[in-house]
Structures are given as C-alpha cells and as structure tokens.
Write a protein that binds this ligand. Structure first.
Ligand code: WTA
Length: 655
C-alpha cells in the first residue's frame, strides 16, 4: 500500500498531509492553482461563477438574475423555476443512470452470523416510481404546495422517499430527529403550523423498538393541529390507532400511479424547515429554499467528496439533522451516486458494524462524526482490522472539531494512511459545507478544517467586526452571501436579524470562535454562545433549562456545556429546588430522566448539581461563565466583580 499523504512537518511544527498524486490526478479539482483561480473568480464575480455552477442542474425556466442581495435577505437564481426532486431523479435518469442504485439501505436487525436481515436497493428508476406513488398519495390526502409536512421517522428508505415526494409537490418538509420526545414534536408542529405528520410504528435502535408512533400520538394530544398521520409499518409493534386521523403508508400508495409531474417551483420556494437550537428560547425553524440549496449541495458534494459515477458513498448521520438532508439525500442523489443508509447503532450487534457495512458494499467515500471516531478508538483497532476496507478512497468528518488524536486514528486505522480526510465545517443555517479541504488539492493539518470553499468569504474578526491578524482568536463570520444560506427563521424575522446579522454589523455571524493561521487555515474552537454540541448533536441551554423547570420540584436551572473526552461536550445542570426538602441523588436521577422524557435522551444532563442560589449579575443575568469554570476546573478563578451575591459561589464550591 502506498502511504499517501506525504507527511511534512512545516516550519510551524504542524504536520501537513499533502494529497496523494494518484488521487489528485483523478479528482475534479487537481491542484492548488485550480483552487486559487476558481476561488478568486468566485469572490470577484460570484454571479458569473454560480451561474456556471448552476448549469449542471436542471431548470424548467432559467433565472433572470443570479443574485439579489438586500442584506440580510438573499434571493438566488431569481425568476428561475426548478424542482429538487426532479434534479435528484429524472435529471439523473436522463443522463443514463436509471438502473444505477440510488439508495442502498440496511436495517439494524441481524441474523446469527451478523449478516443483516434486510437490505433494500432502489435504482434511480425505482426510487422515482416510489416517490411518485407517495407524492400522488399525499396529494390525495389533501396536501398541496406550501403545506408544511412533519416527518418523524426511522432511518429507512421511506424517509428519503417522503422528503423527495414533498419536494416534488412543493410541500416543505420539517424532519424531526427520531430521538426527540413528544413535547419537542409538539413545539415544532405548532411553530411550523403543520397539519400533516409522516411517521412509522417504530424504528430499530440497539435492538429495541423506538416508539415513534406513540410519541406522535402524545404530541398530537398537545396540539389540535394535526389532521392526518401517515404511518409506515416498520417494526410491527403494538400501536394505538385513531381511525379518523391515522392512515397506513400502504393504504396511501395503494393504486397510485407511479408517475407524478414535478411541480415547477419558484427558485425561492420553501424546500424545508429544520429546527435547530439557538442561544435563547425555543428551537428555531431554519428556512431553506429551492434553487440555491439545490445548486450548493450538488456542487459541494461533488467537489468535497470528489463524487464519481461509481462511488458507493456513505454518510452515517441521521437524516433528522442537516448533515443527513444535504449529504445523504440531496447532495449525493444530485450527483447520481449510490447513497448508503443504515438504520441503527454503530455497535449493534458488535463494534464492527460500520466496517462490516463498508466491506459488504465496497463503500468508497465515508463521512462520519468525531464522536463516533472517538468511540471506535476506545474499542480498539482490532474491530476495523477484521474487515477489508481497501475500497475506501476518502474519509470525512463533521459536526464538531476533530481532535488531532482522533484524526490520526481515523487516518491510520480506517483510511489506512491512504485516504484524504475532509474535515468539513458548516451549520444547519449554511445548508452545505463552507470550510473544508478539497481532497485532491488541499494539504491537511489534523484539527483544522483548512480553507474556505469556493464562493465563501470567511474571516476572523473581533466583536466590533475588525479583521484579526493570523493566529489571533476571534469570531468566525461570513462576509458575502452564498446560495445555500438560510433565508430566515420561520415566522421570526426579528430573531433572524438579531441572531445572525446584528452581532457584527453587516456580516453573517456563525456563533463559532476560531482563528486563522498564516496559511489561511481555519481552526475552529467551538461555540461562543449557549449552544452545546453533545456527540455532535446540537442543543440549546435554554431548551434544557425549560425542561428542568417544568419539573414540579425545580425552582430555577442553569445549564452549561463542559468539555468531555468522548462526547466533545457534556451537559451540566445547576438547579435550585422549591421548598425546604433536602435534594438527594434520587432527585438527581429523576431530573436527568425528566429531561430525557420531555426533550429526548440526547439532552440528558451528565451532571446535576443542587445549589441554594445561582450566581447572577446585579441585573439578574445568570453568570454561566462562572458555572462553566466550576464544571471544568472545579473552581472559579475569573473576574467576579459583577456578581451580585458572593455566597452563591462559596456554596457552589462546597457542592
Ligand atoms: C460545529 C452541523 C468544528 C460548529 C453540520 C457549528 C464544527 C455547529 C464542524 C453547527 C467542524 C460543525 N469543526 N466544528 N468540522 N462542523 N461544527 O447546525 O460549532 O448541527 O457552529 O450543523 O457544529 O451544528 P449543526
């Protein structure tokens, strides 16, 4: 085996891995010069640049103008008409890929010998037929252009089918991660004013059935909005049934024609909402529209994963998060490759499940999260060593900073020192990747997401917006609009302006801290706001706090994230309780459980501490910084001059 990546320790002491010549030779972008020339053009003349990129996509009607920028509101491909579902399906079939496998799915349950009980392969033609049948079924249920449809489903092909069916008829989808609980579903249904839900009886996770339908039932009880619930039969578990509201998926598609013309949608038609956590208050519905998102996901997927016609591409994310939207469904399908989907846990039945899947299907491109890599590291290299991973050509990482130790392990034990690693930085709001290596071009430095993608004007600034010198820590901002950017927060223009465009005048504020080194490489240090990343899952402190205070015994709660070796960050909750009862460890467990049931297991605090009072400023603001110091270092060292009551800190120290 040729150890790719010629290792070079530069003057700065950073190890650099330069792309293998063989990889570069076959890549879409082959050299630094390719990148520099294109990058310059993309920044100097973005309209010409994006108009050329968009020429690979199919439009029913061409745009009149590439960009209309009325800060902070962007319109891309103004006046054009297109359909993302058409681009993922017919546009591929028309290029001769009809019989090529589009989706290759494996369910979680296994036979005695570890082989999967169920595998489904859908060609582009079959996928089109399934999407059309379901789209016709949705129309028959009364769903039409503009109706928001909520999807709460396991990782099964029907989830992708439902998304593509919604996109086809112009009904924006709102996918909710299957790990969220009833209250979270109800909040999102309410905010999106969504009358239709698509779910399944259950889904398999760690050999157990996740009771999706019963969570939906409970959520429907909390809002009076839902008119129809479509239920896919996945696990055959017992469920309650409401004859007026519920309908089986099989009934919906029965007798439906397998053709359904894709709606000609305006470029700025809403494609989907995806709820995510912010600094304050309830989750916000991030709004993405049709043409810009389509062009951006197609192009980023093509260049960053260097997608080629025979690729078997696997992104292990859940479709309930943006990574799954952009890089399981819309990006890969627009590139005509095979996208692999897996239903369950990485350690079911054993810790080699991912590598077994890679070997079984000859996965060529593999995209996962640092948390998963750290979990595999802990189990040892003997698990991947059991499998033939020689088909792998490229690895990706997303969701949180990848620590160099995990990077090296990934490079050695999964990539076998042969595969370039693309550490991709982006957000729900950005629609697609903004900072990333290009695999045939960019020398990588473990721990850095490297450079800005084409068309992306990223910079590090101080809080007044002044650009900082190399290696100075500051705030990451994006100074020019890009096609995949969010168009708003659903129903809350004021919050959209405040959260993203007012912190630093006139530019998009990411909420991340970072520095940029002398080579123009970005090093992301993490969120500077109250967003926590636990195992790459994005949560807001405010949501967890409101779950805690909904418990009858809790008076006040403050939640913070603190560094954790395995999950990146973990949640600590500081709680004051009502009355004079002495809190005990039973109450700690009860509160952790309460958060898991009201919000979802991913939000369960690792640590709960009781205190008589929370440290606050004189104006009543909780001083999270102090709590963070306490959770991280075990003591408070920083400035406490604005603290109102010093005894709270003394008491917290005692805890
Ligand atoms: C973090 C996930 C460092 C970052 C696609 C961002 C990363 C937040 C990286 C968005 C990376 C994502 N290196 N940090 N490669 N990728 N992040 O919306 O803090 O779930 O702001 O989107 O994840 O999380 P979200």
């Amino acid at each position: 085996m040729v150890p790719a990546g010629n290792i070079d320790t530069g003057d700065d002491g950073n190890q650099k891995f330069t792309p293998d010549a063989e990889f570069s030779a076959q890549a879409h972008l082959k050299s630094q010069e390719d990148y520099e020339t294109l990058y310059k053009r993309s920044i100097d003349d973005p309209e010409a640049f994006w108009s050329e990129v968009a020429a690979d996509c199919h439009f029913f009607k061409k745009w009149d103008r590439v960009l209309q920028w009325n800060s902070p509101f962007a319109k891309w491909f103004v006046g054009a008409e297109t359909n993302v579902s058409y681009n993922c399906l017919e546009h591929q079939i028309n290029q001769g890929r009809g019989d090529h496998t589009a989706i290759l799915w494996e369910g979680e349950p296994t036979n005695q010998d570890g082989s999967p009980k169920e595998v489904v392969q859908l060609s582009y033609k079959t996928l089109l037929a399934e999407v059309c049948k379901f789209a016709n079924g949705l129309k028959k249920l009364g769903i039409s252009r503009g109706d928001r449809v909520t999807l709460y489903m396991p990782m099964i092909p029907e989830l992708a089918i439902a998304m593509l069916a919604c996109a086809r008829i112009g009904a924006p989808h709102s996918v909710i991660f299957g790990g969220f609980s009833a209250q979270a579903i109800a909040d999102r249904l309410q905010d999106a004013d969504s009358h239709y839900v698509i779910t399944a009886d259950g889904g398999w996770r760690r050999n157990k059935v996740v009771p999706l339908k019963s969570n939906v039932d409970e959520a429907c009880g909390m809002t009076k909005l839902v008119k129809k619930v479509v239920v896919y039969k996945r696990c055959g578990n017992d469920i309650d049934w409401n004859d007026e509201r519920d309908v089986w998926w099989d009934e919906v598609v029965k007798g439906m024609p397998d053709t359904c013309d894709a709606e000609h949608l305006d470029a700025e038609h809403m494609l989907f909402l995806l709820y995510t956590s912010g600094s304050t208050g309830k989750p916000k519905g991030i709004l993405h529209t049709t043409a810009g998102y389509m062009v951006y996901t197609a192009y980023t997927a093509k260049l960053i994963f260097d997608l080629q016609p025979d690729d078997i591409y696997w992104c292990t994310a859940d479709i309930g998060w943006i990574t799954g939207h952009s890089y399981i469904v819309y990006g890969p399908l627009q590139n005509g490759v095979t996208t692999v989907m897996y239903e369950g846990a990485p350690n079911e039945p054993e810790w080699d499940r991912f590598w077994a899947i890679c070997e079984r299907y000859g996965v060529t491109k593999f995209y996962t999260a640092p948390t998963a890599i750290r979990a595999f590291m802990k189990q040892g290299p003997e698990w991947p060593a059991k499998h033939n991973l020689s088909k792998l050509k490229l690895l990706g990482s997303v969701g949180e900073p990848i620590n160099p130790a995990a990077w090296h392990w990934y490079h050695e034990h999964i990539g076998q020192q042969r595969c370039p690693i693309v550490d991709t930085w982006w957000q729900t709001e950005t629609g697609g990747v903004l900072i990333t290596p290009l695999p045939g071009v960019t020398p990588t430095k473990p721990g850095s997401a490297t450079r800005a993608f084409l068309g992306i004007d990223a910079a590090i600034v101080d809080k007044d917006g002044n650009a900082l010198e190399p290696n100075e820590n500051g705030l990451l901002v994006i100074r020019k609009p890009w096609p995949g950017m969010l168009r708003g927060i659903y129903g809350d223009e004021a919050r959209f302006r405040k959260q993203y465009w007012s912190e630093i005048e006139g530019v998009y504020f990411t909420g991340d801290g970072a520095r940029c080194d002398e080579d123009g490489y970005f090093w992301i240090t993490g969120r500077v706001d109250d967003v926590i990343k636990v195992s790459g899952h994005r949560l807001g402190t405010a949501e967890i706090e409101s779950s805690l205070v909904s418990h009858p015994k809790v008076a006040e709660a403050a939640v913070i994230g603190f560094p954790d070796e395995m999950t990146g960050e973990a949640i600590a909750a500081f709680v004051t309780i009502k009355g004079s009862d002495k809190p005990d460890s039973n109450l700690k467990d009860e509160l952790r459980k309460h958060v898991a049931t009201t919000l979802g297991a991913i939000a369960r605090p690792k640590d709960v501490r009781f205190t008589d009072a929370l440290p606050k400023t004189r104006s009543g603001k909780i001083m999270r910084r102090l709590l963070r110091e306490l959770a991280t270092k075990g003591r408070v060292e920083g400035d406490v001059t604005t603290l109102e009551d010093f005894t709270t800190i003394a008491q917290l120290h005692k805890e």
